[in-house]
Design a protein around this ligand. Sequence first.
Ligand code: AMP
Length: 194
Amino acid sequence: MRLLLIGAPGAGKGTQAVRIAEHFGIPHISSGDLLRRHIAEETSIGRSVRDTMRRGDLVSDGIVMDVLRKPVEAAARNGGYVLDGFPRTVEQAEVAYLVARDIGASVQVALFLDVPREELIRRLVARGQESGRTDDTEDVIKHRLEVYEEHTMPLLDYYQRRERLVTVNGSRPMDEVTWSVIVQLQKVRREFAG
Ligand code: AMP
């Protein structure tokens, strides 16, 4: 299954993506994690994205596509992927579709984790205190939510019209969310198989 997650920062994409990946035996590919690894390893990509990420702005499409291309292609050849953090804009979705279509790697299901804004802020402030992520401070959090609302939310309409959009209430406890996500995805998978 080739799946991607859409959700605001703090919606639980990372947590759920890991669990979905484990359940279906497919890799979890996170654009944010790949970029943070470049920063930690001080590669030239890492140096070029560090300040952008610290501000909570979006990294350029070229760089993101560059870090994702190989892992996504490899995963698509081996049964699928759970993509987390990409695409962030309709433009990224359109380019990715054109690149992936010819090799049979384009996404089949978009899963939206729906969480109200107040709950997102509460979670992100708590995460910032625990993880020390430089983009989890209150000002940057607010900015990342604005970026999400302006650039990423239009993807819901995009996937609603094109592929399959599955919406799950993400404000419940983590295990309950995982449970309903897996039930919904199993249904979708049965439909693909049938
Ligand atoms: P995340 O871990 O998904 O919250 O991503 C953290 C940061 O990485 C974002 O705030 C962006 O700066 C950058 N980033 C991750 N994925 C993308 C993407 N698809 N397009 C642009 N920037 C991204």
